[in-house]
Design a binder for this molecule. Structure first.
Ligand SMILES: Cc1cc2nc3c(=O)[nH]c(=O)nc-3n(C[C@H](O)[C@H](O)[C@H](O)COP(=O)(O)OP(=O)(O)OC[C@H]3O[C@@H](n4cnc5c(N)ncnc54)[C@H](O)[C@@H]3O)c2cc1C
Ligand code: SF4
Length: 539
């Protein structure tokens, strides 16, 4: 018999692990979701070149009906583009999108959420990074183990082990391509210099990709189609977790509903969710015993603020929004010029850099993608030549190109806010996002980028200054903060187990409760934290 029912909003990485743990502990789960569906995989056994020759209209598949996946030179030097078959992940809803200043929000209403497009980087936080949190690594450790055993994470206890605390469920790393092997080989010869002079370490990335069959999913077969969505399910995405949930008794999935707000009874308990059907706009309501909000940090804040506004709270504001600043540094590995590029390899980052900071929290996280089959035109068009010369140069350079994605930590600051604005048309209110970087940020970035340029040079690579690109805040899509978990605090905080202090039967299960944001990608910790909350509060 069920211990009770918990309603979960969203089917992203946070929600599927919360739901799975609550189900394992004997609770029933109802999951409400906008839940846009992904298109079926085409030619699932073909590798990338097989797709090019096997598809009737490959240009349409790779670039879209109206060539919408082309990144044109005016687009502020972004090197990443999303392929057409992933457009559904970022399709909006009818409600007004956020109005943002100093921040470029990216929101997903897909089944599985943003991580349907993720690159699988899965890194545990250590105690130095959890400083200021009311929990430590030992509190998260069993949940890291459990999540890693569920989804499968590959990696190695190499030089980066000093930054990545140990957890169970680590599989051997994926095979490196020739470019990544060369970088690692050069690093092993320059290790002492790089460690001592720059506090710099290089090793295997940690990835939610299977290097051997696990939980009914096959190992990565190096098809090189990661950017278009792994057709084998070797790269874990939340829709895989959702499929598993749907096979469980006690789980009910309700897609096609946009949650607008919740209503509270006289005792301060959430008792009803108000939503609209995404297709018809028809209002629907759902009774609630316990509510777990996992709509992604921005949409969870939206639902919370809209509910406060409905309850007559004057202009509610949440502060402390965070995201990781990212800098992209394209580079050329001179040792790989004129080599043949390898299409059959894992496409995203195979290697990672760790750069020590003044304190453990100031650690900088670098992800190295050696360029293979990804959309290449953003790089070609940014070469300082005419098109023909650029294409010729690119052919020679293809296997030698790489991209270093440098990630910086962030902290909660009062200027970075989420609030609501009522619109004149009387429709649903709009989320307002404001972000200002720290005044010291440019100096810190300049120092780190200079060091990385020297580090790359020591590894035989050139990183042209002109091509280094500061991404706008919001672009890393690592949103967190705004209702931090603290030991004691007011109604805009949560308890260390994610319970909102403002409402007794509401749990915040995504990044909204993170008290700070280390440089490492946060999703492994989102999943572990949601698992921890379910385990402690729904036992
Ligand atoms: C291109 C890309 C690459 C990335 N790579 C990495 C990486 O390598 N490593 C890493 O750690 N992170 C990465 N990320 C970030 C990662 O995807 C996010 O941290 C993660 O997906 C957040 O999960 P979430 O469950 O908290 O929220 P989301 O993924 O935002 O999920 C929100 C869910 O809520 C639902 N929802 C939202 N609003 C409503 C509403 N009003 N009513 C009903 N349902 C609603 C949505 O349908 C969705 O199912 C990447 C992101 C992108 C875009
Ligand atoms: S290379 Fe990418 S697309 Fe191919 S099997 Fe591995 S994870 Fe999937």
């Amino acid at each position: 018999m069920s211990k009770g029912e918990v309603t979960v909003i969203g089917s992203g990485a946070s929600s599927v692990h919360f739901a799975r743990t609550a189900l394992e502990n004997g609770w029933s789960v109802v999951m409400l979701d906008v839940g846009r569906r992904k298109p079926a995989a085409v030619l699932p056994d073909a590798d990338l070149n097989g797709l090019k020759t096997g598809l009737e209209d490959p240009a349409r598949y790779f670039l879209g009906e109206d060539y919408g996946s082309l990144i044109l030179p005016s687009d502020q030097d972004e090197y990443y583009g999303f392929p057409p078959n992933k457009a559904y992940i970022f399709d909006g809803i009818d409600d007004p999108p956020p109005r943002a200043t100093g921040f470029k929000p990216l929101i997903s209403f897909a089944e599985g959420g943003l991580a349907e497009a993720w690159t699988g980087g899965s890194y545990p936080f250590h105690d130095g990074e959890l400083e200021g949190w009311p929990i430590c690594f030992d509190d998260l450790s069993p949940a890291y183990d459990r999540v890693a055993q569920r989804i499968g994470i590959t990696g190695e206890d190499d030089d980066l082990g000093k930054f990545y605390p140990r957890h169970a469920g680590l599989m051997p790393p994926l095979e490196l391509d020739a470019h990544a092997r060369l970088l690692l080989d050069r690093y092993s010869r320059k290790r002492e210099l790089l460690n001592k002079r720059f506090g710099c370490y290089l090793g295997h990335a940690r990835l939610a990709v299977l290097s051997r069959a696990h939980a009914g999913r096959p190992a990565c077969d190096y098809l090189g189609r990661c950017l278009w969505g792994c057709p084998r399910g070797s790269l874990w995405v939340p829709s895989i977790g959702l499929e598993e949930l749907r096979a469980q008794p006690g789980f009910t999935y309700v897609p096609g509903v946009t949650v607008r707000h919740f209503e509270v009874d006289d005792g301060g308990r959430v008792h009803r969710i108000v939503a609209v059907e995404t297709s018809s706009g028809q209002e629907r309501s759902f009774p609630v015993e316990r509510l777990a909000l996992g709509a992604g940090a921005l949409m969870s804040a939206h639902i919370l603020l809209a509910s406060w506004l409905r309850a007559g709270k004057a202009t509610p504001v949440l502060d402390g929004l965070m995201d990781n600043r990212q800098v992209l540094m394209p580079f050329v590995n001179l040792g790989m010029v004129a080599s043949q590029f390898e299409a059959k390899s894992y496409q995203y980052h195979q290697l990672a850099f760790g750069l020590e900071g003044d304190t453990p929290f100031d650690y900088v996280h670098g992800l190295v993608t050696t360029l293979k089959t990804a959309l290449i035109h953003p790089l070609v068009q940014s070469l300082p030549f005419d098109l023909l010369t650029s294409l010729r140069t690119f052919r020679d350079l293809h296997a030698a190109l790489g991209l270093l994605n440098v990630n910086f930590p962030d902290t909660r600051r009062p200027n970075n806010t989420l609030s609501m604005e009522k619109l004149d048309d009387g429709g649903p209110p709009r989320l307002v996002v404001r972000y200002q970087p720290e005044p010291q940020e440019p100096k810190r970035i300049e120092r780190v980028v200079r060091n990385f340029r020297r580090i790359l040079r020591a590894l035989g690579c050139l990183a042209p200054k002109k091509m280094t690109h500061l991404r706008p805040m919001g672009a890393s899509v690592h949103y967190a903060g705004a209702v931090p978990m603290v030991e004691t605090g007011g109604e805009r905080t949560s308890t260390p187990t994610g319970r909102a202090r403002a409402f007794e039967n509401l749990w915040l299960i995504d990044g909204l409760t993170f008290p700070s944001l280390p440089a490492k990608n946060l999703t492994f910790t989102l999943m572990a934290n949601a698992t921890r909350i379910a385990d402690l509060e729904f036992d």
